[in-house]
Design a protein around this ligand. Structure first.
Ligand code: PLP
Length: 472
């Protein structure tokens, strides 16, 4: 791989130099280097506006990089031992692009059932035929985790000819698949392994027990730098190996991403890369130790805690107390968390050493919030996962099929014509093309009555759903 940096200045330094020169802007964006503002704009915001630049000759072009962006992407690639590209539309666009680069319209792809909605949207719009891979369900918590090699083997046997395997690892809850074993199996079959690693950009240090899939044989990996590193929201990147068709991937990225990429996001990506690069061995161990200490103190305070393979995610299992109400109590005292479900709450920890005083303070607050949390009224509301066959094919059709809107009770046994997504985590509960079961309807009803945030059509809220009218 070529040396990381021919230019002595980082991307951020070049932007800084540009800002310092107080140049005249006769170009977009319309704030003209932050000169079209008035005093209603908060100071902090006004200060960063001049950094929001555009593709001037010396500032390179994300979609045809040959200058400072190319250098920064190469530095990123060196860190992850891969080819790497910045993404300004989140892992969402990375998932779309990985799939578009490897699977063509009408072709099969093997996909983890608890994938994020970005994967399902891409599959629908790209016209792919997904074979669903059911993840292992964790005993005790019922939380869906990762897909095992057995399931992938079965899928390839029962539904041969798929062009890629698309997994999620780590999951939202920090569980990680055995990527090395899976990639060793897929490589001789010439099936690329694509990994949605939106939550795993930080997993690079050799001391870590589990590292990013890009070091374990995956063909392409997408990471939301903004989720676990100090990057701005939407900042993400994709890493890929030589068995990915680079021209196709680049074409997809240029097609699906904005033609006006944010220089603020890109600057934050370069900063996030250098933040990671500069962490010393001592800092890595201090971070991990402080996180372990936080978990220990939670346990000492009487909480039941799940930590997956990724040390940045901590789930408190609240059962028999109601996690949704626990999260409201936390918010009322100024603690905002990543996700709440009826029987658990999920915390994302920062990639820095957490100070002893912070841990003490937080534990005190968390304990306070947990008092007076009511008991779950109905055991059946526990977060479930649709129990389906280990491997199945999603119903897809190239032509528009007749649909009908029916009441929930009438929909049982029929194929859904729409997707229903609890958010967060953004993993569909009902997929368009999936058969609707009694369990799915029961849980959906409970979520609606509990006021859980759902991304779904308005009519779903009044217990109606569109189904495909099947021809017999
Ligand atoms: C597993 C997973 N994949 C992909 C995404 C999409 O990432 P982004 O928000 O960076 O587009 C998310 C977002 O929550 C996610 O949890």
């Amino acid at each position: 791989m070529a040396p990381a940096r021919e230019n002595p200045f980082t991307f951020l330094e070049v932007l800084e130099q540009h800002v310092r020169e107080h140049r005249v802007s006769f170009h977009v964006p319309g704030h003209h280097n932050g000169t079209v503002v008035d005093d209603r704009l908060p100071d902090a915001f006004a200060k960063i506006m001049p950094y929001d630049l555009t593709e001037l000759a010396h500032l390179d072009d994300l979609h045809d990089a040959s200058g400072i962006i190319e250098q920064a992407e190469r530095a990123l690639g060196n860190l992850y031992a891969s080819n790497s590209k910045w993404l300004v539309n989140g892992s969402t666009v990375g998932n779309w692009s990985m799939l578009a680069a490897t699977v063509k319209r009408g072709e099969r792809v093997y996909v983890q059932r608890n994938s994020h909605k970005s994967v399902w949207n891409a599959i629908e719009w790209l016209g792919l035929k997904p074979v669903l891979l059911t993840p292992t369900i964790e005993r005790g918590t019922g939380i869906p985790t990762v897909v095992t090699l057995d399931t992938i083997e079965q899928a390839i046997k029962e539904f041969p000819g798929g062009k890629a395997v698309m997994l999620t690892s780590p999951t939202y809850y920090g569980d990680m698949a055995d990527i090395r074993t899976i990639s060793d199996y897929l490589t001789p079959l010439d099936i690329p392994l694509l990994v949605d690693e939106a939550h795993g950009a930080h997993l690079i240090h050799p001391q870590l027990p589990r590292r990013s899939a890009i070091f374990e044989g995956a063909s392409a990996v997408v990471q939301s730098a903004h989720k676990t590193l100090p990057a701005l929201t939407m900042g993400a990147w994709v890493h890929y190996k030589d068995n990915i068709d680079e021209a196709r991937l680049k074409h997809a990225l240029a097609s699906f991403q904005t033609s006006s990429p944010s220089y603020l996001i890109m600057a934050s990506l370069d900063y996030a890369r250098s933040y990671l690069e500069r962490l010393t061995d001592e800092e890595w161990s201090a971070i991990q130790k402080s996180h372990a200490q936080f978990v220990l103190e939670l346990k000492r305070a009487g909480f039941v805690v799940k930590v997956g393979d990724d040390f940045m995610k901590v789930t408190i299992l609240t059962y028999p107390k109601n996690g949704l109400i626990f999260s409201q109590h936390l918010a009322s005292i100024g603690i905002d968390i990543e996700l709440a479900a009826v029987d658990h709450v999920l915390f994302c920890l920062p990639l820095r050493e957490i100070k002893k005083q912070e841990i003490e303070h937080w534990i005190k607050l968390i304990k306070k919030a947990s008092t007076h949390v009511p008991i779950i009224e109905d055991d059946e509301t526990i977060f479930p996962f649709p129990q389906t066959e280990r491997v199945s094919e999603l119903y897809t059709s190239e032509t528009a099929l007749p649909m009908q809107r029916v009441l929930f009770d009438q929909a049982i046994g029929l194929i859904s014509a729409e997707t229903v997504i609890p958010y967060p985590p953004g993993i569909p509960w009902i997929l368009k093309g999936e058969r609707i079961t009694e369990e799915k309807i029961r849980v959906l009803r409970e979520w609606i009555s509990l006021g859980r945030k759902l991304q779904a059509s308005k009519h779903v809220m009044i217990e109606q759903i569109d189904v495909i009218v099947e021809e017999f």
